[in-house]
Design a protein around this ligand. Structure first.
Ligand code: NAD
Length: 711
């Protein structure tokens, strides 16, 4: 855990070395070991100076999130934090010089341990990052980070870093004053020791700046008018951006404002209370579960079928060089894989490549990529109209027009060329995979790889298993998704799969509210206040109202009498058939899109959807917009469309921007408690209709006391 040694110069070395992990992490055990070693070094008269360092390439990666996820006793948790604060204070006030040698990254609690030392020397390591990512998981730096950082570098310099979780390079951290010296990699321990020996030789007790007489916060404290104004503006901007859904950045501002108005010990006491409040909050637990553990498992391909050797991809085929094809080709080439980009004509294929080249040229012009790197990426994309060029592709993905016949045709032509074990994937957004696989002579190798637009940027791929898709095809497809740096979720075949189906309920509910006479501005504002990135009516305009209309029409044809009409159907019909308002693409939808100004709600809406005198509360609208997604998600689980609860939450956050503070559509129910969720669904179904009807699965879970997630 922690290696302790004392050398002939009286320097005690405290070397962090967390067993069995590639990174050092902070938890009760590792902190106990550290503080015990600190106390030993402080008490030993033979020890004149203390050198803190790491046996691993990085210093400390941060707090133990598993421990934080499980923490449920506020009193115990708070006591543990206060104990750490006292131990760190004892070290910095011990009088002996304490230096830390940072070979690599120091993040979160790791940086806080470093700030608890008098002097920080870092290796000139381009991979190292320094910062406080806590806020991105609903937390705050609770080991003194909100107090020592501003006292060291000033509030102005660090407020953004603390409230946004920005990670700094070593040069940036040094410039800000977080690091005292940067030395060539490998020399950091020697440099730290040199400083210690100088302090010992000087013979004066070494103190932190804030423990020295006459100390003043660099740039001033909260009573300074400039700082006060920045805090007010920062708080207002935060509220505008987050609608108070994220308590962490707000609490960080409070720690700065309240903590800096007093001495460091009182400031730490203030931080400990806010940290305890956050660490035990549902928001932090939801974010840690989905954004950290869920994402980590998905990216590690934890659900990949076992026993299939990992597939390395060298060449893939991309059918259709349109918007999606070009984007997927970009991501694939970026991963070092050759791409044969095929369209109906050479010109059409070239056009797709030209899109990719233009995107990379933009990055070159912004200094984010070198011209050579851009040229190498472009050289891996081979536009063609000739199917023979697909020979040797380990995987071919089609993103041609959304028409069954065209997709069947390209499947047949491709399978005539590619190897028997190659995978054929469809990027269809609406057509069931099992039906498309009927055109394939090897349906076991046929799978859905559903990308999101813009494909070169969006991080999620929804992998869809057809009835005949083999586990081997799934495993190898997951290898491809990982290779191109995207996150996969795996679902079983069904209409709309998972993401389009559930995302559609949000848009549809917004349209239902409009139909009921709710003011459109209130509907879209409630959408934003719920944490969704865009209001449902705006979103309908972006997606295109005629697309919503066409998908509903096709579903009606396919399902016949089994089709359950949705409230949005009537709204979409009116908008498309009668009013010819198709959405943003026709500059006319629920909004008007003037060429010379910002979009605004179409005044004609009032005539077709009269606003009723009594409006529902914004909370009740938010509840409907959020719960409608949760109920549909449970149905997806019940119908075995979803294979695992966590896939639902990750797919929602990455696929359609579901608010991370809720954890995901299932995270929302988990936070409510399943019993409460059942009661809420029953109430909503009684007032708004069967789309809110409590799924059987949820009721059974409530009866049996089951949960979607252990914590
Ligand atoms: P698009 O119209 O931009 O591109 C389609 C491309 O396919 C065109 O370049 C066209 O020339 C080409 N094409 C048509 N028939 C062909 C054939 N027989 N052989 C080779 N190329 C052919 O469409 P898009 O938005 O890129 O969508 C493509 C597919 O991806 C569709 O199935 C769509 O449902 C799906 N998808 C789209 C989105 C999205 O947001 N646009 C998201 C996910 C999935």
């Amino acid at each position: 855990m922690l290696n302790y040694s004392v050398d002939a110069d009286g320097i005690a070395t405290l070397e962090w070395d967390y067993p069995g992990k590639s990174q050092n992490i902070l938890n009760t055990a590792s902190l106990d070991a550290y503080f015990t070693a600190c106390a030993k070094a402080v008490a030993d008269p033979a020890v004149k100076g203390i050198l803190v360092c790491s046996a691993k390439k990085d210093f400390i990666a941060g707090g133990d999130l598993e421990m934080l996820l499980k923490a449920d006793n506020a009193k115990e948790f708070h006591a543990g934090i206060v104990k750490s604060h006292h131990a760190m204070r004892a070290l910095e006030k011990c009088g002996k010089p304490v230096a830390v040698a940072l070979g690599g990254s120091a993040l979160g609690g790791g940086l806080e341990v470093a700030l608890g030392c008098h002097y920080r020397v870092a290796a000139d390591n381009s991979k190292a990052r320094y910062g406080f990512p806590e806020v991105t998981l609903g937390l705050l730096p609770g080991a003194g980070g909100t107090q020592r950082t501003p006292r060291l570098v000033g509030v102005m310099a660090c407020a953004q870093m603390l409230t946004e979780g920005k990670r700094l390079k070593v040069s940036e951290a040094a410039k800000m004053g977080l690091i005292n010296a940067v030395v060539p990699a490998g020399e950091e321990r020697a440099a730290a020791k040199k400083w210690l020996l100088e302090q010992i030789a000087a013979g004066q007790p070494v103190l932190q700046p804030w423990d020295k007489k006459g100390y003043k916060i660099p740039g001033g404290g909260p009573s300074n008018p400039g700082i006060a104004q920045m805090m007010m503006a920062g708080n207002a901007m935060l509220r505008e951006k987050t609608y108070n859904n994220y308590p962490a950045p707000k609490h960080i501002f409070s720690c700065l404002y309240e903590g800096l108005a007093t001495d460091i010990d009182s400031g730490l006491a203030i931080e400990a209370r806010y940290f305890t409040n956050l660490a035990l909050s549902k928001v932090a637990k939801s974010m840690i579960r989905s954004l950290f553990f869920g994402m980590q498992d998905a990216n590690k391909l934890s659900s990949r079928p076992a026993g299939v050797p990992e597939q390395k991809f060298t060449k893939i085929g991309m059918l259709g060089a349109g918007m999606m094809g070009a984007g997927i080709a970009m991501s694939t080439s970026t991963a070092g894989i050759e791409v044969v980009l095929l369209d109906t004509t050479q010109e059409a294929a070239e056009k797709g490549k030209a899109y990719a080249v233009a995107q990379w040229a933009k990055m070159v012009s912004k200094g984010r990529m070198t011209a050579d790197a851009a040229a190498a990426l472009a050289a891996r994309i081979h536009p063609t109209a000739d199917y023979a060029k697909l020979d040797g592709c380990e995987l071919v993905i089609e993103a041609v027009f959304e028409k069954r016949e065209i997709k069947a045709d390209v499947t047949k032509k491709t399978e005539a060329v590619i190897a028997a074990n190659a995978i054929f994937a469809s990027n269809t957004s609406t057509l069931p995979i099992t039906g498309l696989a009927e055109a394939s002579v090897r349906p076991a190798n046929f799978i859905g790889l559903h990308f999101f637009s813009p494909a070169e940027k969006m991080p999620l791929v929804e992998i869809i298993m057809g009835k005949a898709t083999s586990d081997e095809t799934l495993a190898r497809s997951m290898d491809y998704v990982k290779a191109i740096g995207k996150t996969p979720i795996v679902v079983n075949d069904s209409r709309g799969f998972y993401t389009s189906r559930v995302f559609g309920t949000y848009v549809s509910e917004g349209m239902a509210l409009l139909q009921e006479g709710v003011a459109p501005a209130l509907i879209d504002k409630a959408g934003l206040m719920s944490g969704m990135p865009v209001g449902p009516l705006s979103l309908a305009d972006e997606v295109a109202i005629d697309l919503i209309y066409k998908v509903a029409a096709q579903t009606k044809i396919d399902l016949g009498s089994a089709y359950v009409p949705r409230a949005s159907d009537a709204v979409a019909s009116l908008m498309v058939e009668k009013l010819k308002r198709l959405g943003r693409k026709s500059s006319a939808g629920f909004y008007d899109y003037p060429t010379d100004g910002p979009k605004h709600l179409w005044p004609g809406l009032a005539e077709h959807f009269p606003v009723k005198a009594e409006q529902p509360s914004v909370e009740s609208i938010i509840e409907r917009l959020i719960m409608v997604q949760s109920v549909e998600t449970v149905r997806c689980l019940e119908e075995n469309v979803l294979r695992a609860p966590i896939d639902a939450d990750i797919g929602a956050i990455l696929g359609w921007g579901y608010p991370p503070f809720r954890g995901g559509p299932l995270g929302t129910l988990h936070s409510l408690g399943i019993k409460q969720a059942v009661a809420d669904c029953d109430r909503l179904a009684a007032t708004n209709g069967p789309r809110f009807a409590t799924p059987k699965r949820l009721r059974e879970m409530a009866e049996k006391g089951e949960k979607f997630f252990p914590v």
